[in-house]
Each structure stands twice: as structure tokens, then as C-alpha cells.
Design a protein around this ligand. Structure first.
Ligand code: ZN
Length: 240
């Protein structure tokens, strides 16, 4: 059994398609999504349709939550808020209903998926360091949990202490807990513009990070045509 763990797709259909093609080539058998299907980029409806049609387990991201309601975008920076308002206009009632129905935490096979943190998933905290990871670990009931939200693929391990850092491949060892960020499909922020996702092989007990080139120019063109904020386009090519 090989799982593709992907998230922070953020309506970037071009990147999403490249990821799905790669997963097929990599003989992935199952999929799970750590949330944020929409926001920032120009194809929210198409991305929702794919996740829903593939029937992949998916948790709710902050952008999914805000795109599915009509509240003011409190806590969002102006660019994100503008993109959310645009996104709301693109979605049908059933799309919003789907986003609204997503849960904050889900158990899949023998692992957990969450968008932000396990200690307070609805508060959308960012796990970028060991302290934040430690708080989440105390609520983690499975050996492995995958998360998103930061758009930075970092992995944390709890043994006698919590350690963390960047990764390419992780061997899941018995007796330890792992909190693994799978990077972002549609808007990477680790300075590498390539689309990111992870493959969890439940037979070899390994998690491998994948990074893929896609047609950034094509997405930028669509962003400008849609009238989305310019920075949504420029940040894609620098991965920030
Ligand atoms: Zn996100």
C-alpha cells in the first residue's frame, strides 16, 4: 500500500495535475489530503472536483473554512482575504457544502491527517519548530501524523526528545512518533518553487518527499486574467 499525502493545493490545478501524474508513475495506490484545496490560485472548483471525485480522505484547511462561509476574513492578510472573496464567487453551493463538511482531524489506515496542529486544529497554528510540534505530539494517538498549513516540508520526530528538520526520506521506526509536513502542491514557501507532496509506503515504512516542476507561467497568466492579486502570481516562481 502506497499513500500519496498531499495538501495546500490552493486551486493550483496545473501543479495538482503534475502531482497526480507523478503519483501514478510512482505506483501510489491511495490518496489523502491535508486540506486547503482553495485560495490564492485560479482553479478552486476544478481542484475540489478532483479531490471529491477521487473520494480521497481530506481534512479542512483554513482557506476551505473561509471559502465555505460568508464571514469577514478575520485574521487573513489583505491578499489572502481578497483571494478568498474571489474564490467564494467561483464556487457552487454544493462545493461550499463539501468544504464545510470536511473534518479537522481524520484517521486513515494507521495514521492521522490534520491541516494545522492536533492540539488545537481549529486555531490554525503554524508548526515550524520543536516547541509547536511537541504541543501537537501530546494529542497524537498514531505513530505517524501528516500535516500542512506552513507550506514548508519539515518533519518532527518524538523519541526521548523532539527533533525536527528538513527531509527527503524518513524511515518510520517503532516506538517513535512522527509529525510530518508534506509540503504544498500549489504554493510552496520553502524557497523552492517546485510542487511538493509525500509518499508513505506502508510496506517499507518510508516517507519520501517528492518535488516536481510544473508550468508556473501558465498559472500566473490565469491569475492575472482572473484579476487575483498580483503577488499570488509572483510568489509562485520564488517559492515564498
Ligand atoms: Zn495553505
Amino acid at each position: 500500500m502506497r499513500y500519496a499525502l498531499l495538501g495546500d493545493i490552493h486551486a493550483n490545478l496545473d501543479a495538482f495535475q503534475v502531482v497526480l501524474e507523478d503519483a501514478k508513475k510512482e505506483k501510489v495506490t491511495h490518496y489523502a489530503c491535508v486540506g486547503d484545496l482553495v485560495g490564492y490560485n485560479p482553479n478552486p472548483k476544478e481542484c475540489i472536483d478532483i479531490v471529491r471525485d477521487m473520494n480521497m480522505p481530506c481534512v479542512k484547511g483554513n482557506h476551505d473554512e473561509y471559502a465555505s462561509v460568508d464571514d469577514d476574513c478575520i485574521g487573513f492578510r489583505p491578499m489572502a482575504a481578497e483571494a478568498i472573496r474571489w474564490t467564494r464567487e467561483q464556487l457552487a453551493a454544493e462545493d461550499k457544502k463539501y468544504l464545510k463538511s470536511l473534518k479537522f482531524v481524520r484517521y486513515v489506515e494507521n495514521f492521522t491527517i490534520v491541516h494545522a496542529t492536533l492540539d488545537m486544529p481549529q486555531k490554525w497554528g503554524y508548526v515550524m519548530d520543536k516547541l509547536a510540534a511537541a504541543a501537537s505530539f501530546s494529542y497524537q494517538n498514531t505513530a505517524v501524523c501528516f500535516f500542512g498549513h506552513t507550506h514548508v516540508p519539515l518533519a518532527f520526530v518524538r523519541d526521548s526528545v523532539v527533533k525536527g528538520g528538513t527531509y527527503e526520506m524518513i524511515h518510520i521506526e517503532p516506538g517513535k512518533k512522527y509529525f510530518i509536513n508534506v509540503g504544498s502542491v500549489g504554493q510552496p514557501r520553502d524557497g523552492n518553487p517546485m510542487a511538493g507532496y509525500a509518499i508513505y509506503d506502508l510496506v517499507t515504512n518510508t516517507v519520501t518527499l517528492r518535488r516536481l516542476e510544473y508550468n508556473i507561467k501558465a498559472v500566473q497568466k490565469k491569475i492575472f486574467e482572473a484579476g487575483l492579486p498580483e503577488r499570488c502570481a509572483t510568489r509562485l516562481e520564488i517559492g515564498k
